[in-house]
Ligand binder design. Structure first.
Ligand code: PBG
Length: 336
């Protein structure tokens, strides 16, 4: 039996941690399914669900199954999704012309989803990399330079097509200069004044996108993306990108990846009054799931803790491949 010892302590922070009710009362940050945006990969076909090996739990879905997935997400309280098309190799070319073909996969997916679930916040990624045979986000000249101004009209047309099909938001992820104001102008001219722009304002040239590129077969065939995506070493440059996109008319801003860039997120939170989010990207998700598959950690808990830290650092919303599993866990009363 331990003898009772009492010290005269002025402060006892543990008092506020002594029961679930007290801990809950003083909890500063809470995850909620309505803060999640689920990125989804859509493929051609019927009843197709292709697992992505480097992203356990993630599948490429044909439109019919995409509708089911959206319904389940909505039922769990996740009201926003972001769509990425998986384009067949033989439909890719140098200038990504499939992106502008009337009736392409993304257009059909958007209109089917909007028809079935008008209440869904439907976002469409805007960039050329799923469509180009070289895998870059913009047009490329003969010397392999990624062309900025020549790419803008294509992004503008992609945004118009997404809006006409029923997208609520377009999400340019290409990192070309000036694309937010260019897209805004295109949307307005076509009468889509209510369609918003969620700008990937701060997107780093990260090695954490590899599983996503597996999912879309979209890895760059030459060079890298360092002339348009940002240098991971830079912080002030991120703040410049944030204020530029804000002034160009973005409605929401995104930082990407998330966990290695929480300092940027927290600084950006002080700088802008716009809604701000972070993308917990494919590689970040894959690292957690791989360790979980080994039995080395509890994947769901680590994922939830990670998402919580992203929110604590300043994110209003989070793109996460774990949207459904974490929302389902919360439904069972699990409290993060
Ligand atoms: C492409 C795009 C990428 C991601 C989102 N949009 C990859 C890239 O820039 O190469 C990455 C998302 C993820 O890794 O989860 N414009």
């Amino acid at each position: 039996m331990q003898e009772k010892v009492v010290q005269l302590l002025q402060q006892r922070p543990r008092r506020n941690r002594q029961s679930p009710a007290i801990r809950s009362l003083v909890q500063e940050t809470r995850l909620h399914p309505s803060n999640f945006i689920a990125p989804l990969f859509v493929i051609e076909g019927v009843s197709m669900a292709q697992p992505v090996p480097s992203m356990p739990g993630v599948e490429r879905l044909s439109i019919d199954l995409l509708l089911k997935e959206a319904e389940e997400l909505l039922e769990l309280g996740v009201g926003a999704i972001d769509l990425f098309p998986v384009i067949a190799k033989d439909a890719k070319d140098r200038c990504g012309s499939e992106a502008l073909r009337k009736g392409n996969l993304i257009e059909r997916a958007v209109s089917a989803l909007k028809r079935a679930f008008p209440e869904l916040c439907l976002m469409v990624d805007i960039a050329l990399d799923p469509y180009t045979d070289h895998g870059h986000d913009g047009l490329v000249d003969d010397e392999g330079h990624i062309l900025n101004d020549e790419t803008l009209p294509i992004l503008g047309k992609m945004a118009e097509a997404a809006a006409a099909a029923g997208a609520d938001f377009v999400a340019p992820s290409d990192m070309m200069d000036g694309r937010v104001s260019y897209i805004r102008q295109c949307l307005d001219q076509e009468g889509h004044t209510q369609v918003g722009i969620l700008s990937y304002a701060v997107k780093y040239a990260s090695s954490l996108y590899a599983p996503f590129r597996d999912a879309l077969h979209s890895g760059p065939k030459f060079g890298d993306k360092k002339t348009y995506q940002m240098n991971p070493a830079n912080r002030r440059e991120a703040l410049r990108e944030i204020s530029l996109d804000e002034h160009e008319g973005a409605d929401m801003l995104l930082i990407k990846p998330a966990l290695p860039y929480l300092d940027i997120l927290s600084k950006a939170r002080e700088l802008t009054h716009l809604p701000l989010g972070a993308y917990h990207v494919s590689g970040e998700y894959a690292m957690i799931m791989a360790a979980a598959q080994q039995g080395w950690l509890d994947g769901d808990r680590v994922l939830a803790e990670t998402l919580l830290s992203i929110k604590r650092a300043g994110a209003d919303f989070i793109f996460t491949y774990g949207a459904k599993r974490i929302a389902a866990l919360m439904r069972t009363g699990c409290d993060f």
